[in-house]
Ligand binder design. Structure first.
Ligand SMILES: [Zn+2]
Length: 111
């Protein structure tokens, strides 16, 4: 995804800038120790914001396994701990695309 690539570039740029904030800067009196601490704090806040954006860009999925139970129908056990039963047909035939509990995209676990 284009947005994820842009975030990756921004993150690398930040890391490069952070690497420049060394003891040398302080020794050469280009920056005071408190300047360096302050800049590092800002860099960390930006990194946290990037991590949140990345989490939003990555669609959440909730994997499930299904068991046929001839008496009840089909039981779907989702990764988040939620279970759902269809009496007839599978999840998609019952109009279910997302886990009813956590809202992640319902995805069958690879066998
Ligand atoms: Zn779920």
């Amino acid at each position: 995804m284009k947005e994820l690539k842009a975030l990756e570039i921004l993150k690398n740029e930040l890391s490069d800038q952070e690497d420049q904030l060394t003891e040398e800067c302080i020794k050469e009196n280009r920056l005071s120790r408190s300047d360096v601490e302050y800049i590092k704090l800002i860099v960390n806040n930006i990194k946290e914001a990037i991590a949140e954006l990345e989490a939003l860009q990555t669609p959440k999925t909730c994997e499930y396994e299904s068991n046929d139970d001839s008496y009840h129908g089909t039981v779907y056990n989702f990764n988040c701990g939620y279970s759902y039963v269809t009496v007839e047909g599978d999840l998609s035939e019952n109009g279910i695309k997302f886990c009813p509990y956590c809202g992640g995209l319902a995805k069958e676990k690879a066998q």
